[in-house]
Design a protein around this ligand. Structure first.
Ligand code: KG4
Ligand code: ZN
Length: 315
């Protein structure tokens, strides 16, 4: 079974080839440098750059995989959610290749792809509880069986990645701010500043807008008083955000008793989150704590290929 997968939902154009469940190539062309000067992704620019880049990425991915075009069985692509212009280009490219090769195309969900990124090099044992943390989503998802996605908790306002990016912008750090804050925290004193106590809503739902506003107010106040230390601030902010995320996830573990816990989405690359999830898993004797490899945390087509492979297997 040979799958060609395309992911183009935001500012990355990525193509992967998977043969019998094994990733043969995963090429990602990122536009981060082009958007940094605007402080965030400019949708129109993202679409235009996808048009410029897509052919190079496809040819590179197919040549690295050493497969023959005519052997491809399925073309999978991200259908939603994402920036509409970026999604349309991915869809158009996938449909054109499908038409040319006379092979079926499979539209897939980006968040489901993120969840299955941890299954590329591992095998989920069900039920699976996934903490889905990206620039646009913060969810706790329960999968009682393969591909059976159920959102059991969600943010009611900002996503965690968005909160990191907005606070980083106030700190004048480059976009995307999440990895920048994560780097700066090293050696910082997380108790130097007082962050608000964050409460879960409706049992397993989050709200990150309070942390964002309180953080921006703290930055402004301490800068004015010349008492601002960026390392200590970032350590405190990160501690507060990750504590809150895991507080909800821990409650969900107690409620749903998963056999596997996992992280998904861009924020799953966060160092503190990756280490703390192991402590929680060990506390509840969960044998399978499966994290996506760092190269599969942010947007990539390998996760879309993996999801396509699962749909072929189970549906
Ligand atoms: O999944 P993703 O690549 O794109 C979306 O689907 O949103 O996630 C991007 C988000 C950004 O908000 C970025 O700041 C955040 O993931 N991110 C991080 C880290 N690496 C990426 N946030 C915190 N710590 C990190 N190490
Ligand atoms: Zn994503």
């Amino acid at each position: 079974m040979l799958i060609l997968a395309i992911e183009s939902s935001c500012d990355e154009f990525s193509v992967a080839v998977m043969e019998n469940g094994k990733i043969k190539s995963n090429v990602i062309s990122t536009q981060i440098k082009d958007h940094t000067k605007y402080g965030g992704v400019v949708p129109e620019l993202a679409s235009r750059l996808h048009v410029e880049n897509f052919s190079k990425v496809i040819l590179d991915a197919v040549s690295k995989s050493k497969v023959i075009w005519s052997d491809i069985d399925y073309i999978a692509y991200t259908n939603n959610p994402g920036l509409i212009g970026s999604l349309i280009i991915g869809r158009l490219v996938a449909k054109t290749i499908g038409l040319y090769l006379d092979k079926p195309t499979m539209p897939l969900n980006h968040m489901e792809g993120h969840i299955y990124s941890a299954n590329i090099d591992n095998d989920f044992e069900y039920p699976v509880l996934s903490l889905v943390v990206s620039g646009g989503h913060t969810q706790i998802q329960l999968l009682e069986k393969p591909l059976d996605f159920k959102v059991v908790g969600t943010t009611l306002d900002d996503a965690i990645g968005e909160c990191y990016d907005k606070v980083a912008r106030c700190l004048e750090l480059p976009y995307p701010g999440g990895p920048e804050i994560d780097k700066i925290t090293f050696g910082g004193n997380s108790s130097a500043y007082e962050f608000p106590k964050l409460n879960l809503i409706n049992e397993l739902d989050y709200s990150f807008s309070g942390l964002k506003t309180a953080s921006i107010n703290l930055i402004n106040k301490h800068r004015k008083n010349n008492t601002f230390n960026i390392k200590d601030f970032c350590a405190g902010f990160q501690n507060s955000a990750i504590d809150y995320l895991l507080n909800g996830f821990e409650k969900a573990i107690v409620k749903y008793k998963p056999r596997t816990i996992t992280l998904a989405g861009g924020v799953s690359a966060n160092k503190l989150l990756r280490s703390r999830i192991f402590s929680i898993g060990n506390k509840y004797n969960i044998c399978n704590i499966l994290l996506p490899d760092l190269k599969y945390c942010t947007d990539n087509a390998a996760m879309i290929a993996e999801l396509c492979n699962e749909y072929i297997k189970y549906k």
